[in-house]
Write a protein that binds this ligand. Structure first.
Ligand code: PLP
Length: 396
């Protein structure tokens, strides 16, 4: 069949460039140790930054949620799928980050990908002349949201405030939207949010902050990047995901109540999809309690001590550890094939680390993406440090 031949040729072209991705099937709950193909591996590749994905209390809450609400929500939020658990979760999320917003309200989504599509298309839906200013290293879901909005978009160079200001100054648009990750997912560094917010306030632009990797991990209370930088503004539109540090799944947007009402009325990725099972929202209430409580404090401290341990222990010459203080600790190798070989060698030793190639990162910047979690202990990290130091020497 000619159509299949075409697809097979395209797959072969990916394979020739060493760009074929393989999925591995995990036979255990998410955690520091996972079982794959009958082997136990030490995993440094999940986004379960605080080790909540298999937490006893959240599992019990999920069971309780199923007992109370059943399984499916049965419909979209605007028809009949908006259940009390969703409403309670949204209220709780609005409180969680509300100190940083004005007239805060929150809306929950099935995934962060959909939340990003919704927030960008929703903010620009009423204005064909709107303009978007998007950070170069933004997550794919933000990029897709920009594309879907079908308004004029500018991409500004990574963390380049001067370039962004030139663009904002030149814009005549009444609706301006600046969009950025707070923690860059492949680099682990933070966006200069205070300076970005000052520019947005000066030029009358929304600042959409994707805090997928900051929610739960940044700030003394785990409230995320806005707490970390101590920001507060009606210009802020905050997106947090609930499948990473929160350990469950889903996402939310919190902002001024008028922004949220706009999303409810206009955002198609919100309107035209079935609401998540309410039991998930119920389980998330327990997850938020843990994030804000003593356990959150202890787990964030554990994560920070592991980050410091990795920083102290790595002795790399050719490879480069990127300057990150977050759970995302990338090691830049550059070459695709060398990166894949390094990933495979670690895997042989029972260490599972993500090997990231283009197009996820720019050509020539393939890397190992180590992610640390409070579920790891210092022996786990010592093992990884030893393996990485030795591997870099041996692969010369
Ligand atoms: C993971 C991630 C998302 C998508 O969130 P999901 O809930 O996994 O769909 C969006 N933005 C960033 C920066 C992410 O890392």
């Amino acid at each position: 069949m000619e159509l299949l031949n075409r697809l097979n040729q395209q797959l072969q072209a990916l394979d020739d460039k060493q760009l074929i991705r393989k999925r591995r099937t995990v036979n255990s709950p998410c955690g520091a140790r996972v079982s794959v193909d009958g082997r136990e591996l030490l995993a440094f590749c999940s986004n379960d930054y605080l080790g909540l994905a298999n937490h006893r209390k959240i599992k019990l809450a999920l069971q309780e949620g199923a007992a109370i609400y059943g399984v499916g929500s049965g419909a979209s939020h605007l028809i009949s799928g908006h259940v009390r658990a969703h409403a309670m979760l949204e209220e709780r999320l609005a409180q969680f980050v509300g100190a940083h917003l004005e007239s805060p309200r929150a809306i929950s989504f099935c995934t962060g990908y959909m939340a990003n599509l919704a927030v960008i298309t929703g903010l620009t839906a009423g204005d064909k002349e709107a303009e978007i200013f998007s950070e170069e290293l933004n997550h794919a879901s933000l990029i897709d949201g920009v594309r879907l909005s079908r308004v004029k978009a500018h991409v500004y160079p990574h963390a380049n405030l001067q370039a962004l200001e030139v663009l904002l100054k030149a814009s005549k648009a009444a609706t301006k939207v600046v969009v950025t990750d707070s923690v860059f997912s492949m680099d682990g560094n933070l966006a200069p949010l205070p300076q970005l917010l000052a520019l947005c306030e000066q030029y009358n632009a929304w600042l959409v902050v994707d805090d997928a990797h900051g929610f739960g991990t940044l700030g003394d209370n785990g409230h995320g990047a806005l707490e970390h930088f101590n920001l507060r503004s009606p210009y802020l539109v905050y997106m947090g995901t609930l499948g990473k540090a929160a350990g469950v799944g889903g996402a939310f947007v919190a902002a001024h109540e008028t922004v949220i009402e706009t999303l409810i009325q206009k955002a198609r990725p919100y309107i035209f999809t079935t609401a998540t099972p309410p039991a998930l929202a119920h389980a998330l209430l327990t997850s938020l309690d843990l994030l804000e409580g003593d356990e959150g404090v202890t787990r964030r401290a554990q994560l920070q001590s592991l980050v410091a341990q990795l920083d102290d222990g790595l002795r790399l010459q050719r490879w480069q550890r990127l300057p990150s203080k977050t759970a995302i600790q990338p090691i830049l190798i550059g070459d695709n094939a060398e990166t894949m070989r390094a990933g495979a060698a670690l895997y042989e030793q029972g260490l599972w680390v993500g090997a990231i190639r283009p197009p996820t990162v720019a050509a020539g910047t393939a890397r190992l993406r180590v992610t640390l979690s409070a579920a790891h202990n210092s022996m786990d990290v010592a093992k990884l440090i030893g393996a990485l130091n030795a591997l870099e020497r041996d692969m010369k």
